[in-house]
Design a protein around this ligand. Structure first.
Ligand SMILES: O=P(O)(O)OC[C@H]1O[C@H](OP(=O)(O)OP(=O)(O)O)[C@H](O)[C@@H]1O
Ligand SMILES: O=C(O)c1cc(=O)[nH]c(=O)[nH]1
Length: 215
């Protein structure tokens, strides 16, 4: 869910400005889910731009407080959200943990890194939601450890039905700064993408799991 339309447009604009959005219809990207895609949104690039990471950090912090008040802990989904999650925690003067995709096989064998006590309230920060698998895997680990997960904020979501269903089944409250619709509108308005690319992205978006690149 989008909380603030202006933030959604501005977030789409800055992602385009720093070229976080990559289009490679001829040589598709492979996503975490295994899906092939003509588009990749690399939100990790945000960290390289101080003004833009501050914008993301401040909007995340504002929305965390507006929606949930102050949680006990900010948690980030590794690795993509560790940097920005840490900035949000610092801005709000809150403790921070991050959640690995799985427990380490050596050392302390942790999946959650940092200090988290059972019963603590947690807001999760994620960089991007495609199917929602990675985010929900992290939320499960937090809940299994006894945390009270209040909800999750992500920079961007593609808004796929599968993600909506997964999130609903997990009974998780999710908000994003921007999403695919705002991104495509902004990319069209600023001529970041050509009309032919808009058509391709629209047809891909109808059934992304089954999309086959044109040869
Ligand atoms: O919603 P999903 O289908 O799970 O896909 C989104 C996930 O994919 C990316 O992580 P990736 O697995 O590429 O790892 P990284 O964060 O370590 O770069 C991204 O950071 C999300 O966590
Ligand atoms: O699904 C993914 O793996 C994924 C998609 C995307 O656009 N960006 C990203 O970082 N991961």
């Amino acid at each position: 869910m989008i909380l603030n339309k202006e933030t959604a447009i501005k977030t789409a604009e800055v992602l385009l400005q720093i070229k976080a959005i990559k289009l490679e219809p001829q040589e598709p990207f492979t996503w975490a889910s295994g899906w092939k895609s003509p588009i990749y949104c690399d939100n990790r690039i945000v960290l390289s731009y101080p003004l833009i990471r501050n914008f993301i950090r401040e909007n995340f912090a504002k929305q965390v407080e507006e929606i949930y008040g102050k949680p006990d802990v900010i948690a980030a989904v590794a690795t993509g959200a560790i940097g920005i999650g840490m900035l949000v925690a610092e801005y709000l003067s809150l403790p921070f943990v991050y959640v690995r995709p799985e427990a380490k096989s050596h050392g302390r064998k942790n999946q959650i890194e940092g200090n988290l006590e059972p019963g603590q309230t947690v807001v999760v920060i994620e960089d991007l939601i495609s199917t929602g698998g990675s985010s929900l895997n992290a939320v499960k680990a937090l809940r299994d450890s006894g945390a009270n997960v209040k909800g999750m904020l992500a920079i961007f979501s593609y808004g796929f039905d599968i993600a909506k269903e997964n999130i609903k089944n997990a009974d998780l409250d999710v908000h994003t700064l921007s999403n695919y619709d705002y991104l495509i509108d902004t990319a069209q308005r600023t001529s970041y993408i050509k009309e032919s690319e808009v058509e391709l992205l629209k047809s891909w978006r109808k059934d992304p799991a089954k999309w086959i690149p044109e040869s």
